[in-house]
Design a protein around this ligand. Sequence first.
Ligand code: C2O
Length: 316
Amino acid sequence: APIQPPDFNECGKVLPDGTTTPINCCPPVDLTIDDYKLPPTPNELRVRPAAQCVTDDYLAKYNKAVSLMKTIPDDDPRSFMKQANVHCSYCEGAFHQIDHKDLIIQVHSSWLFFPFHRWFLYFYERILGKLIDDPTFALPFWNYDSSPGMQIPAIFTDKNSSIYNKLRNPNHQPPTVMDLNWSGTDSTTQNNEDLIAANLNTMYRHVSVERVPHNIVHNWTGDPRQHGEDMGNFYSASRDSIFFAHHANVDRLWTIWKGLGGSRKDPTDTDWLDTGSGAGSSEQAKEVEDEENRPKKSRTKKEKEDEEEVLVIDGI
Ligand code: C2O
C-alpha cells in the first residue's frame, strides 16, 4: 500500500548520527493542512541557472531572498529553520508510518527520494520568490556532472552572504575539485585532470543518482570534524543553502535521465503514484495563490509532462 502522510501529533525527537543529544525537528502541530492544488502554468516559467554561471543581479536577488527568509521568526513554517526541519523530520525517524507503527518514514534509500525532494524544493523556491516578490525566481543548480561545476560553487563561499555556511569541510573549498568517488579520505595521487575524468566516468556509469553522486556530494561537503554537519548529516543538511543547489541538480538529473528514453521511465505502480506527501501546509499554499489567478497559456508538451509528474504524487 502507498505510504501515508504522518500524524503530526505523533512526532518524536530524533537522535542524529554521531550525536548524543536528541533534537526536536517536528513541524508545528496547529497547522491547517489543505489539499494542495497545482496552479496553472504561469506566464513566465522559472528557469534554474547553473550556480557557476549566475549573473550579479541574480546573485543579489538570491541573497536577498535567503536573508529575508532568515529574518522570519522561528515559529513560522516558512522560516529558514522550520524549512530545514522539514528535511530532518522526514529522514531521521521523527514519524512512524500510520499503517505500520513499527516502521519510520524515511524518504531516502527508497522510491520516495526523487518526489519528496522535488516537492521540498518546489515550495522552498516559491517561498523565496514570494519574499522578493519575484514569481520567476528559481534556485541555482550545482552542476557537478560537468567539469566547471565540480567544486563548491563560489557563490556559496562569500562569508558576508546569506547563503554562506561555515559548517563545511575546510579541505574542500574551491578551487578543490570534487571527488565523486570520495569515501572519506582525499586522494593524494590524483591530479585535477584525473579527478575530473574519474568524475565524468562515474556520472556516465552511475545513474542511480541517490547513492552516487548524491550521497557522495553530501558527505564530501560536510565537515567531518562535526559529525558531517551540515551537509553530511540528514538532520542538518538543509541548514546549508548549498543543499538546495545540490537537489536542484538531482531534480535536473532525474529529468535528464527520463529524456534518455528506452526503459528510463518513472514507476507506474500505484504504491508510488498514490504516496501521501504531507509536506504542504496552508501557509505554503498561500504562496502560490497569486499564481493561481494567472491566465493559463498554451503549454508545451514538456511543460504538460512536468505538471503531470508533480500531479501523480499529489497526496493529502
Ligand atoms: Cu534528503 Cu540530499 O538528501
